[in-house]
Design a binder for this molecule. Structure first.
Ligand code: GSH
Length: 206
């Protein structure tokens, strides 16, 4: 049995969608950021980083969204969520997911989590001010050179798609108009047509 620890609308949504796509049997456990439950001792035992997602599997706990997404794709190969037998194609999927994780998500975090990088409130404000520009720069690269359309890798839906959708949902709060990125906007619309996406959004109360 799988348990996905999540907080609504966070990057955990990507894994949640992937679990829905493959028809996994899982339960959800909500971590309430408002109550700082991500830093509660019982959760830190599962994930000492104090972050979601964390996925409890029969083999142990997994963290880090690209790892979780690859694990889902490999555990349900019949779902075809990644080109598992083509090392180059699989590396390209991982490159997209690594970019989303280590660059785009981190850029987004500068909006509300500036305390990770600086103590000075003026520095936090400076980071917040930079957010629309830094997220726009990331999405311009996605729009121009990554997103083939309709899915990230053309006609083949992969684990990169729920991850892009999850982060694109943050653009509005980051002060970026998605309409400036027509391919991303079309991808965002297409994702919402998928039953797995609707189920995950509903499951998170979104
Ligand atoms: N690199 C991690 C990032 C996880 C992460 O930062 N999650 C955020 C939610 S999107 C979180 O748990 N934040 C809680 C906090 O910063 O206290 C991943 O991709 O899974």
């Amino acid at each position: 049995m799988l348990t996905l620890f999540f907080s609504p609308g966070t990057c955990a949504l990507a894994t949640h969608i992937a679990l829905e796509e493959v028809g996994a049997d899982y339960t959800l456990s909500r971590i309430d950021f408002g109550k700082d439950q991500q830093n509660a001792p019982e959760f830190l035992k599962l994930n000492p980083k104090g972050r979601v997602p964390a996925l409890v599997t029969d083999a142990g706990v997994l963290t880090e969204t690209p790892a979780l997404l690859a694990w889902v794709a490999q555990t349900w190969p019949e779902a075809g969520l990644a080109p598992l037998h083509d090392p180059f194609a699989f590396a390209r999927v991982q490159a997209v997911n690594s970019y989303l994780c280590s660059t785009v998500h981190v850029a987004h975090a500068h909006g509300r989590r500036g305390y990770r990088w600086a103590d000075d409130p003026a520095a936090h404000e400076a980071m917040r001010e930079k957010l629309p520009a830094s997220m726009s720069a990331c999405f311009q690269i996605i729009e121009d050179s990554m997103l083939e359309g309709p899915w990230m890798f053309g006609d083949t839906y992969t684990i990169a798609d729920p991850y892009l959708f999850t982060i694109a949902r943050w653009l509005d709060m980051d002060g970026v108009d998605m309409a400036g990125f027509p391919k991303v906007a079309a991808h965002f619309e297409a994702m919402q047509e998928r039953p797995a996406v609707a189920a995950a959004l509903k499951g998170q109360g979104l």
